[in-house]
Design a binder for this molecule. Sequence first.
Ligand code: GCB
Length: 595
Amino acid sequence: MLTPRPSSSREYQRLDGLWRFRFDPFAEGEATGWWAGPLAGGREMPVPASYNDLVTEPGERDYVGDVWYQRDAWVPGSWAGRRVVLRCDAATHHGTVWANTERVADHAGGYVPFEADITDLVEFGQPLRVTIRVGNELTMETIPPGVITEHADGRRTQRWFHDFYNYAGLHRSVWLYCTPPSYLDAVTVRTGFDPASGRGLVRYQAEVVNAGAGAQETQAPTSAVLRAADGAELARTTGLTGELPVPSARPWHPGDPYLYQLDLAHGEDRYSLPVGVRTVAVAGDRLLLNGQPVQLRGFGMHEDGALRGKGHDDARLVRDFALLEWIGANSFRTSHYPYAEEVLDYADRQGLLVIGETPAVGLHLSLGHMGDPGARTFAPDRIGPAAAAAHRAAITELIARDRNHPCVIAWSIANEPDTAEQAARPYFAPLVAATRELDPTRPVCFANVATAPPAADVVTDLFDLICVNRYYGWYASPGDLAAAEQDLTDELQAWARYGKPIIITEFGADALAGLHALPATMWSEEYQVALIAAALRVFDRVPEVIGAHVWNFADFATAEAVHRPGGNHKGVFTRDRQPKAAAWLLRERWRPPAG
Ligand code: GCB
């Protein structure tokens, strides 16, 4: 599957806008044929957006079950003879698609695209009715997991084990597009760079589908041309795989995110993608980008905002990246799921280093206020073989989608699983191996939870980077920053014995914007400043620490809970993207004024 990019052989329609919309509380839509004709009810919902914050009834905001979206599109007459594809960038968490009256796709996993070839179902120059059923149910077999309770009065409620609101809907664009009948189906690009000689290399591997199946003589030729950003041709070759040398390469890095362009051709099909020439490697306790040690400064983030929820929004994207630049960040983690492809494309262009994360969050059924004390996690009737299969699929789809982005420097395959349980090791070992096999070019990591410190954790040796989420001064030793500073130092020194790079993938404190306290007390902006400052002092003392990601970039929505006043307030920016005091501290640290 290739990211939609226009070319001389491909045309795209983004089916964004208002769609007909209907809740399906009795799960009757499929059997009674809601896909078979215009969706009744007269209600409409925007795409992309979560529906949850656009409704006014509590039962609708927290609704558990399927909803239906539908709209009419038009298949241009000029597309006759081409292959027509319907693509959905994200249906959270489960999507089923009908093209007119045919069911064409069914996909689990709320944050990656899926598509269906509908060529044989469409009439060129005629309307096409697109119907998508979207389910938000989380179970012990889904990633992330959840539990649904059926109440005596017929209500259904859902809980989950992660700390962000379970937004649902069509969160990203839906596309109708065409390609020639023989087409490029997938491409993998890997790059090399030798800092000593300045030589770079672009390797590609294309997967193609030929109309008229199989017969050697129908194979269309495949070729590749590498161009500089100004379009000048640098190298060309032919074949499904190939190598394109770049004698004096301009390596991609945050200070100069230079992008080459790779033009692929297969028969009549044309597809171009941006390529950053860069290498990532772990050497001892260093993370190397193009052979140079790199230090990560930034945030764990969320796709989250008022009204749209998790719906992708270019305006929010541009504001977020402007703030990242303003504050001097060079990186972020796509906590806790793959972000929209638009985000990664922009990170490639803006030069942000990204840790790409799967939606495997909440694999810790006894954690904090979200879990049940003492509950086991990795067991056949809990997070067992079905969840592991869904987890593997999530890793596979994430890597298939994002492997060509220079900005992605590591794969985080889970956030805060219960890795103090012995059973976590047989659960994770095959997933780490699968990740490495799918992409041997990037370090693999996961974000470790406070309940699995070095003495208890059973999986860290399997991974390349040590990523830890720590809340000393907040959940541990609340209000006591002296104890926090000491305990954090001690724990990081213990992790340092692995001799691997350490990234603090989360640390921080909630601060209610506008709440002030002198001396600093919890929930005030001053306390957030003091905690972050103390943590940064500790990181400076532990040489193995090669990265610090504050939790969180901005305040975000969560499930309702006594200690979540209107959501999680660990943002250094408010939910509407204005700075709290901590933002100024970080800017001073990360982007000291010149001179
Ligand atoms: C964590 C989680 C993150 C939460 C955060 C918090 O460890 O990884 O999803 O939002 O703590 O604020 O509690």
